[in-house]
Design a protein around this ligand. Sequence first.
Ligand SMILES: Cc1cc2nc3c(=O)[nH]c(=O)nc-3n(C[C@H](O)[C@H](O)[C@H](O)COP(=O)(O)OP(=O)(O)OC[C@H]3O[C@@H](n4cnc5c(N)ncnc54)[C@H](O)[C@@H]3O)c2cc1C
Length: 383
Amino acid sequence: MPTSKTLPYDVIIIGAGINGCCSAYTLHKAGLRVALIDQEGIASGGSGAAGAFISPKISKAGELKEIMSEAHAEALNFYATHFPSLTLIKPLLHIANSPKEGEKVESFKHETRIKHSNIPHKIQTLLSDEALNASSIYFDMGAVVDAQGVCKAMTEEIDFYLFKVEKFIHADSLWHVGNLCGKHLILSIGAYPKLLPIDYVGLRGIWGHRIDMETSTHIPCILHHHVSISPTTKEGIVAIGATHDVHYSPFSGKAYDAEQGRKILLEKASKTLKLNNINIISDYMGLRSGSNDYLPMLGSLVDAEATLEKHPHMRHGQAVDPSDYIYYPNLTMINGSGGYGFVLAPYLAKRLKEFIVDGRATDPILSPSRFFPRWAKRKNLQS
Ligand SMILES: Cc1cc2nc3c(=O)[nH]c(=O)nc-3n(C[C@H](O)[C@H](O)[C@H](O)COP(=O)(O)OP(=O)(O)OC[C@H]3O[C@@H](n4cnc5c(N)ncnc54)[C@H](O)[C@@H]3O)c2cc1C
């Protein structure tokens, strides 16, 4: 742990998942002095559990699709350029897991500019009838990164502090967090308790489990179907993941049934192809943090109490321009990446750098304050 705590940092980041690590890396490269804090260590939350596939999101035309396709292209380039030894480039076969998803795949195929082709014969021979008969798209290039490795590599030159943040204050134009102080504060704490009275920020935790294993079956590409089955950056290791469990929370105090999770993963994988001589090596579990509208969040946070005091009629649905809300000074949230944290992190970190260093406004579509007006009105109805 670094010992010099007297000089103020330019930026303090709370949360060392992929969003915190990638932001720290990008801001440090831009010349800022960065402190990174985590209660458990680098990539100890959802990021440490991730399969970390850099895959396009198969979605219908709209804002989400635009952002995701830009983020996907930036992420492929970013990891392959800066962390080539932690990035495995392979073709990617996405197979629809339901007729409804099949429709999305078909329309995506017609609209996308991402290079795709027919499934090679040797891959077809591996697939189950269900997989062969479903709609699918075979991308010539996909990627999977070593989730924990890449987070650690990004933070090699960053001052890292291991402690749980309980509170922070803003005084004398600086944020004070424990013994540290800095001009900007970044909150990238995923699905963990929010640390501020920001109930309007619509987030939910989605528990996921994935496994690493050995198998005598050769997996020549990344496969996404009911689960993902993929070679990894570790020679001979195949990853299978991940479950989506909206009912389990590690904050409930209940134990998680890992045996059941493994069973679900292997059952789902068997719908795509037959895996022979399986030996499970490790389990990874964690929470994704998904936003209510599936778009990620990057932006300043509204001080709800101060804003409602200034604009009490917002409680009755009065429209107020977001530039008239009161925001916490120099405080930015990055969150809500759902199952695409590794795809989105370079995109979000780049926009964060443009905001903090170049003074460029963040995209209002990504602003966490987009949830505020509805929350203010609903709060009035409830009280
Ligand atoms: C099983 C699984 C598989 C996934 N697969 C993929 C995939 O293939 N591709 C992809 O792009 N994404 C994938 N994801 C999603 C991706 O992992 C998440 O979107 C990403 O981890 C979000 O990163 P984050 O930095 O926002 O949050 P997190 O990684 O959860 O990091 C938050 C950090 O904040 C710390 N923290 C919280 N509160 C405090 C506090 N008070 N004080 C100090 N520290 C604190 C935590 O310890 C934690 O380390 C997967 C997720 C899971 C769970």
